[in-house]
Write a protein of this length. Sequence first.
Length: 235
Amino acid sequence: MSNHNPERWGQEIKRRVEGTHTFEHLHPVTRSIVTKTVEIIVTGIYPEGFGSIAHCLFGEASLVLDPSELAIALDIGSSTWLVTVFNGSGAVIDRHLIEGGAGELHSMIAEALDKRNDRVSLLSKDVKHSPSLVNQGIIEGTFTYGGNHLTGKKFETEYSQCLDEWWSNRIEKFANFVTAGNYLDRAKYLVAWGGGVSLPVVDQNLAGLGFVILNNPQFINALGLKLLTQISLGA
């Protein structure tokens, strides 16, 4: 597993996670209660994104990067943009955290919907729009907020407007960091992962800047942590 500050939280995370855990859930067909017990062994707690680096260097379709060469990774998550500079040995050279990930974009769109004054919006003018329902509309590819004819609203316009502001502000901070550290000229690869990488238009913007976008970018860190666990267990 990974954490932004494993030195501080590693032992506490291990204490809370490791051991035997019992949980219940409803069977999807019979709706009866199913009880399951799992045994968790924590083999390591790594810095955030370390699994992604491992996957890039040693997993399937890995990047070809010598120990002396650098790559710059951009992880667009729900809360932050995390920039990581690493070498071909997997060592982290530098990191930079930019506040406001995909969740911030969803909130911006929800606030923009709050300000609408069309007929449909006037019916629910006192109701605050939910960022989670905005996210649902993006994931489903409908760009529609809500599921009924009274509250359902298309938000392509709000998405385009909010995305432009959200993207331009953060990509400028990314550029300032990688150029100030003289990393951009030295980097062999720009690579992107995280759930926000797959957002419509964002994937095109990244590709246009020369980023390598790996398959299933939202699962890259988990796949890398699985690889590290297999290595530690000798599997």
